[in-house]
Design a binder for this molecule. Structure first.
Ligand SMILES: Nc1ncnc2c1ncn2[C@@H]1O[C@H](COP(=O)(O)OP(=O)(O)OP(=O)(O)O)[C@@H](O)[C@H]1O
Ligand code: SF4
Ligand SMILES: [Mg+2]
Length: 321
């Protein structure tokens, strides 16, 4: 069976002006990224701010078009489809954003927000849509009487529940969740992640779950991809990546994850966090070499490609294993 989503070698560059007289600069936001997601599966996508996670998500939902590469949905290339031809695919892929304040119209009532996709796609009559919206409200843990409220009446966690209800309205196969809990209190984060787990089973959903922290995605992800400066540096089953990280950068991210294991609790970070180099001027060779304690001459010269390593994951590092 073909994958639900197949992302093939997508690349996105942005040209930004640097003011009068200066030459414009090119930001290498996403560079040759490939991965697949199966039906019902969750892929966690993790990396520091600016590494290109949102740009990947936006290319999948067609908010951005890749400069190179292709996004396949259920075996169909969707990258260059016209707006009209895209319509049936749009229903299949929905996005939930980090900041529901930015993605929810502050003047719209909550019920109308969730109903809107049904109206846009001409689904059901008014009574059927109403019933669907009510059902979605209760499914995400909101009360039907909250349908008349505007988003500002909701707490941060409730607004994210609302955004999830809207994303579910069209019965998608895949939700791209771009840091859906990063703006929430830690105590609320687990509730929203658990809700997303529950509805995943119920609706048979697949997720691309974006976070900058490995801890957030550990329990919900079947597989995890780690990005650094626009590229995937490690990708594999959650158990392989967490129990035996193969890329030094994955190790850095792991240091930040709180661990219950007492033997490792006092393990000191060995890798300096350092500054992330600019994506306008990525380092030669391995982009991580200026921060990597294991870097050798080959790391400064040759860009490592993803390859299978002993843990079973794939890592882009000359010295993995
Ligand atoms: N529309 C744009 N124009 C110019 N540069 C952009 C644009 N969108 C993103 N970038 C740049 O592309 C790079 C990747 O950005 P992106 O938002 O995908 O990163 P991210 O991993 O989602 O970061 P964060 O964790 O902060 O959300 C960054 O250097 C960013 O400044
Ligand atoms: S290729 Fe070299 S610099 Fe890059 S992560 Fe591996 S050891 Fe470090
Ligand atoms: Mg982002």
């Amino acid at each position: 069976m073909s994958a639900l989503l197949d992302v093939k070698n997508i690349t996105k560059r942005f040209t930004i002006s640097r003011g009068l007289g200066a030459r414009p600069a090119t930001v290498h936001a996403v560079d040759d990224v490939s991965f697949a997601i199966s039906h019902g599966e969750t892929l966690g996508l993790v990396g520091e701010s600016g590494c290109g996670k949102s740009t990947v998500g936006k290319m999948i939902v067609r908010l951005l078009e890749p400069d190179e590469g292709e996004v396949m949905l259920a075996g169909e290339p969707i990258t260059h489809l016209s707006h009209r031809a895209m319509r049936p695919f749009r229903r299949k892929v929905q996005m939930v954003f980090q900041d529901p304040n930015g993605s929810l119209d502050p003047r719209q009532r909550a019920g109308d927000i969730v109903e809107e996709p049904l109206v846009v796609h001409g689904l059901g009559d008014a009574a059927e849509r109403r019933a669907r919206v009510e059902n979605l409200f209760s499914r995400v843990g909101l009360r039907p009487d909250q349908m008349a409220n505007v988003p500002s009446k909701f707490s941060g966690g409730q607004r994210q529940r609302l955004a999830i209800a809207r994303a579910l309205a069209l019965n998608p196969s895949l939700i791209v969740a771009d840091e859906p809990v990063s703006a929430l209190d830690v105590s609320i984060q687990a509730q929203v992640v658990n809700l997303m787990s529950d509805i995943q089973r119920e609706f048979g959903l697949a997720y691309l779950f974006v976070a900058h922290d490995l801890g957030v995605v550990q329990h919900i992800s079947d597989r995890v991809a780690v990005m650094y400066l626009g590229r995937i540096v490690e990708i594999g089953d959650t158990s392989s990546v967490y129990q035996r990280p193969s890329h030094p950068y994955t190790n850095t991210l792991m240091e930040a994850v709180p661990r219950p294991d007492p033997a490792r609790r006092h393990h000191r970070p060995t890798i300096p966090r350092g500054e992330v180099p600019s994506p306008m001027d990525p380092p030669m060779g391995c982009a991580f070499h200026p921060r990597c304690p294991m870097a050798t001459e080959i790391c400064r010269q040759e860009r490592p490609l993803l390859r299978r390593v002993a843990s079973g994951a794939e890592a882009a590092c000359h010295h993995a294993d």
